[in-house]
Design a protein around this ligand. Structure first.
Ligand code: PLP
Length: 462
C-alpha cells in the first residue's frame, strides 16, 4: 500500500492519536482548511464538516463582522424591528437567486428552512382556494431534515425508521440516479443506461404519482437538485428538472428545491438548479449561507406566491422566535460578501473540475470504487464490493464508518454515509472542501482518501 507524501506529512501531526473508534476528540481551533484538536492533532477539512464551512475556519473578516454586530445588538425581535443585516441579506440572497425568487424568511437550520417551505406551499394552496391540496411528493434516498415534517418526507430509512407510524403521509418516487436507475427503467431498457432516458423515466414517475393521488390533492413536490447525504452527491439526470417543472406547472403542483446542502454556491452556481436552467417556486438554503459561523437558513419563495398569501393572511404563517436573527444575518452578509468579492462561486466551478480530475485519476480504476459523481465542490465516491454487479458491501461491515474513522486517524475529515443503495446497504464518502481550498489542499485530501480507502479494504478483504 502506498503512503502518499501528504499522509506522511500528516502522520507526524497525528502522533499520539489515542482515541478509540466511537470516541470523539475535542475540537480546539481552526485555521483555513485545517482543524486542530486539544491534543494538537491536525485534520484537513475535506468535507467542510457536513458541507457547511465554505470559507474554512476562523475567517477573521467574518469574525470581526460578528463581533461588531454583537457589540451593537444581538437580536431585534421580528415583530418589533427590522434591521440593516436582515434587509441587506434579503437583497443579497434575492440577487444571488435572480428571477422572481425575491421573498424569504430566515430561520436557524436546514430543517426549519424545509419546514417553512412546506408551510409556505400549503398556505399558498389554501390562499388560492386549493385547500384540498395537502399532500407532498418526495423521493426515496433523500434527506430533508430532523423535524417531524421534514423527516416525514425524507426517504432515509436509518433516520426515520424509529418514528414510523407517527409521521405525515409520505409519497415517495424512485431516486433519479443514473448509476442506479429504477428497476422499472432497467426492465424496460434491457439494462442499457441512457442518462436522458433515466431522467425522463423518473420525471414520468412524478406525473404518474400526481394522477394516482389526484391532482387536486397534491400541494408540492420537493427534491434535492443534487442529492446530498442520502445518495452521495447525485446530480439530477439531464433534462429531469426541466420536465419536473413542466409537470408541476401542468398540475398546479409547487416545485420545491431543497438546496440546504447543495445550494449557496456549493455546486458551482449559487442556486444548484441554475445549472439545469430551472426556476423552482420555493427553495430552502442553509449550510453554506453563513458557512457555519452562526446557525442560519432561509426559505425563499417566488414573487407570484406572495400576493395571495399576504392578501388572505396578511403575511407568512410560519416563523420562530429567532426568525431573521440580527447577528445570524450579519454573519450571512459577511460570508456572502466575501463569496462575491473573491468570486468564490466561479472558483468552485473551475477548481471543481480539478477536484473531479484528481478524484478520477486516483480512484476511477479502483476495483472497489463503482462511481465518482458530483458537481463543483460537491463530490462523492461510491464504494462497491463488485464493480460489474454494482454490488454493495454487507452493511454489517460498516465500510463507510471504517472509512470515516481511518480517514480521521490519517488526518482527513470527510463525510461518509451508508444506506444509499436500498436504505441499508451502500457506502459513500462525500468530499466537499471549503471554497477557499487550494489545489495543493485538494491533492492532500484526495491522497489521504485513497490511502485510507486502501487501508480499510485491506482490513475487510485482506
Ligand atoms: N435538507 C438537506 C438536503 C440536508 O442535507 C439537510 C441536512 O443535512 C437538511 C435539510 C437539514 O438541515 P439541518 O441539519 O441544518 O437541520
Amino acid at each position: 500500500m502506498s503512503t502518499g507524501p501528504n499522509l506522511a506529512k500528516n502522520a507526524a501531526a497525528q502522533q499520539g492519536a489515542d482515541w478509540q473508534p466511537g470516541e470523539l476528540p475535542k475540537v480546539d481551533y481552526g485555521e483555513g482548511c485545517y482543524v486542530f484538536d486539544t491534543k494538537g492533532r491536525r485534520y484537513i477539512d475535506g468535507s467542510s464538516g457536513p458541507a457547511v464551512y465554505s470559507l474554512g475556519h476562523a475567517n477573521t473578516e467574518v469574525n470581526e463582522a460578528i463581533k461588531r454586530q454583537l457589540d451593537r445588538i444581538a437580536h431585534g425581535y421580528r415583530y418589533t424591528f427590522t434591521s440593516d443585516p436582515l434587509e441587506e441579506l434579503t437583497a443579497m440572497v434575492a440577487a444571488s437567486c435572480g428571477g422572481g425568487l425575491a421573498n424569504m424568511t430566515f430561520v436557524s437550520s436546514g430543517s426549519e428552512a424545509v419546514e417553512s417551505c412546506l408551510k409556505i406551499a400549503l398556505q399558498y394552496q389554501t390562499s388560492i382556494g386549493q385547500k384540498s391540496r395537502r399532500l407532498i411528493i418526495s423521493r426515496e434516498r433523500s434527506w430533508h431534515g430532523n423535524t417531524m415534517g421534514a423527516t416525514s418526507i425524507s426517504g432515509f430509512y436509518a433516520r426515520r425508521e424509529a418514528f414510523e407510524g407517527a409521521m405525515m403521509p409520505s409519497n415517495f418516487l424512485s431516486p433519479a440516479n443514473v448509476y442506479r436507475p429504477p428497476a422499472g427503467y432497467l426492465a424496460q431498457s434491457g439494462g442499457k443506461i441512457d442518462p436522458v432516458a433515466v431522467g425522463a423515466y423518473c420525471a414520468q414517475e412524478l406525473e404518474n404519482k400526481i394522477l394516482e393521488l389526484g391532482a387536486d390533492k397534491v400541494a408540492a413536490f420537493i427534491f434535492e437538485p443534487v442529492v446530498g447525504a442520502a445518495g452521495g452527491c447525485v446530480p439530477a439526470p439531464p433534462g429531469y428538472a426541466r420536465r419536473v417543472r413542466e409537470i408541476c406547472d401542468k398540475y398546479g403542483v409547487l416545485m420545491i428545491a431543497d438546496e440546504v446542502m447543495c445550494g449557496a454556491g456549493r455546486t458551482g452556481t449559487w442556486r444548484a438548479l441554475e445549472h439545469d436552467g430551472v426556476e423552482p417556486d420555493i427553495i430552502s438554503v442553509a449550510k453554506g449561507l453563513a458557512a457555519g459561523y452562526v446557525p442560519l437558513g432561509v426559505a425563499i419563495y417566488h414573487s407570484r406566491l406572495k400576493a395571495p398569501m399576504f392578501e388572505k393572511y396578511g403575511g407568512l404563517l410560519t416563523g420562530h422566535t429567532f426568525t431573521g436573527h440580527t447577528l445570524a444575518c450579519a454573519a450571512g452578509v459577511a460570508v456572502q460578501k466575501i463569496i462575491q468579492r473573491d468570486h468564490l462561486v466561479a472558483k468552485v466551478r473551475e477548481d471543481g473540475l480539478y477536484l473531479e480530475r484528481q478524484l478520477r485519476a486516483a480512484l476511477a480504476d479502483h476495483p472497489h470504487v463503482g462511481d465518482i459523481r458530483g458537481r463543483g465542490f460537491f463530490w462523492a465516491i461510491e464504494i462497491v464490493q463488485d464493480r460489474t454487479a454494482k454490488a454493495a458491501f454487507d452493511p454489517k461491515l460498516a465500510v463507510y464508518q471504517r472509512l470515516r474513522d481511518t480517514c480521521f486517524r490519517n488526518g482527513l475529515i470527510c463525510y461518509p454515509v451508508g444506506g444509499n443503495v436500498d436504505g441499508l446497504a451502500g457506502d459513500i464518502a462525500i468530499i466537499s472542501p471549503p471554497f477557499i481550498a487550494t489545489r495543493g489542499e485538494i491533492d492532500e485530501i484526495v491522497d489521504i482518501l485513497k490511502t485510507s480507502l486502501n487501508q480499510v479494504l485491506k482490513e475487510i478483504a485482506p
